[in-house]
Design a protein around this ligand. Structure first.
Ligand code: FAD
Length: 413
């Protein structure tokens, strides 16, 4: 059934009796998204970010229609669509290059009401930052949150949370939202003990190619001229690629067994080692990798769940995004889940009639109830995808390919 495009949410005006001052820890995609949503609900927002500036970091990011729906509702369609590439299809290929199935993104867009968008992460990040700032967010960089403390409000009806920063500053809020990513300090503060993310056994090589070189090769230029998302799936590894910035850049992610030393999360990769892993794959992959001069290795980790609850009993502290439920990137959905979290949290806080502990607790309970099952399902589905993408050739692989064709309605031609 076709779904219509969402309405843009207008900023709510609220009086002091129900207007919260919210601190968000982390100006990543999840933190900035939550800032927009909470500002639209009529509250005030201050964002504390450890980095010295919001800059040109990262590589490609795919936004599925559930994410672009949220971005559209936040009034970001015009600002972001000019930076987005809209791929025609998603192709699922065997590791030797045989097509298993394809999914027509334009058909999906008709069903979902919003498109697939592929971005350079910096464009998405800046779009979110500009919108949050225009709605009134105050961003404080160079600010590392180390702890959260609490005190009673002066009228005794509510708990005030205090973000204790590394430089000794103490920033007070009616609500603190920890959006500080996979290595979250806020998660540990909430739990009261260390809680490192779990290893998945995989790492990602992430690289960006300049498409000028690709255009010189007749076998590679099609990747640029007809933007599509391509997945090659094979024994113990897979590879993903797509075009960014109107065809100027080509994003590649190679997912392989983790061989990083204990304790390292990102490292410069060895290009020769990476090429050797794919030397027998579809010949277009070694050709693409021959154009690569440097690469970064990312250890892939997850956070399967947070028990017993995402929020502090005071109703003054909660978390979202990777801090709560980091997933393998195999469904291209981690950032999407962070954006959805922020959207739902803003909607829940939009219904507040007062600022008491009971009011805030109720809003946070509804937020978690709306989000927990879906995000836990995405994490476990990401693990399942790891298994399915990486099966070795044989009966199980053939059955997987049959199921993929059935799902996409593709006849293999
Ligand atoms: P982050 O983006 O990590 O932001 C956390 C922020 O908090 C950072 O700015 C950090 O500096 C700040 N911070 C940390 N600690 C503190 C502190 N103590 N005090 C103050 N600030 C702090 N998702 C998709 O939807 N689509 C994709 O295509 C996709 N591809 C991916 C590919 C790879 C290889 C990987 C690894 C991930 C991919 N993801 C994708 C997942 C996505 O990147 C994450 O899920 C998303 O960035 C999480 O956002 P976040 O805001 O929760 O955390």
């Amino acid at each position: 059934m076709a779904t219509s495009k969402p309405q843009v949410i207008q900023q709510h005006q609220r009086d002091a009796s129900s207007k919260l001052h919210v601190i968000i820890v982390g100006a990543g995609l999840g933190g900035l998204g939550a800032a927009i949503s909470i500002l639209l609900a009529g509250h005030s927002v201050e964002i504390l970010e450890v980095a010295p500036a919001i800059g040109e970091i990262g590589a490609g990011i795919q936004c599925l229609p559930n994410s672009t729906r949220v971005l559209t509702a936040w009034g970001l369609e015009d600002r972001l669509s000019k930076h987005a590439t809209v791929p025609r299809t998603c192709n699922m290929l065997g590791w030797k290059g045989n097509k298993i199935s394809e999914m027509n993104f334009h058909e999906y867009e008709k069903d979902c009401g919003t498109p697939f968008w592929d971005f350079h992460r910096a464009n998405l990040h800046m779009g979110l930052l500009e919108r949050a700032t225009e709605l009134g967010a105050v961003l404080k960089t160079n600010t590392k949150v180390m702890d959260v403390e609490y005190r009673d409000s002066s009228d005794g009806t509510s708990t005030i949370a205090i973000a204790v920063c590394e430089d000794g500053r103490r920033c007070e809020a009616d609500l603190i939202v920890g959006a500080d990513g996979i290595n979250s300090k806020c998660r540990e503060i909430l739990l009261g003990h260390e809680d490192p993310p779990l290893l998945t056994g995989d790492l990602a090589y992430r690289l960006l190619l300049n498409t000028e070189d690709m255009m010189k090769d007749p076998e590679l230029r099609g990747f640029v001229e007809d933007p599509q998302v391509n997945y090659w799936i094979g024994p113990d590894a897979h590879a993903v690629n797509y075009v960014l910035r109107g065809g100027k850049l080509f994003n590649m992610v190679l997912l392989v067994p983790d061989d990083m030393p204990a304790g390292a999360n990102t490292l410069s990769g060895n290009v020769e080692e990476m090429r050797a892993l794919y030397k027998d794959w579809d010949p277009r992959i070694p050709k693409l990798l021959a154009l690569c001069e440097s690469v970064v290795k990312w250890r892939l980790m997850i956070r399967p769940g947070l028990d017993p609850t995402w929020s502090h009993a005071s109703g003054a502290f909660t978390i979202l995004g990777d801090a709560a439920h980091a997933t393998l990137p195999y469904l291209a959905s981690g950032a999407g889940m962070s954006l959805e979290d922020g959207h739902v949290l803003g909607l829940c806080l939009g219904r507040l009639k007062g600022k008491s502990t009971a009011d805030k607790k109720r809003a946070l309970e509804v937020y978690e109830r709306c989000r927990r099952e879906r995000t836990e399902r995405v994490v476990s589905r990401g693990n399942r995808q790891q298994y399915l993408y990486h099966v070795h050739d044989g009966e199980e692989q053939q059955e997987r390919d049959r199921q993929l064709r059935r799902f996409a309605g593709f006849n293999g031609q």
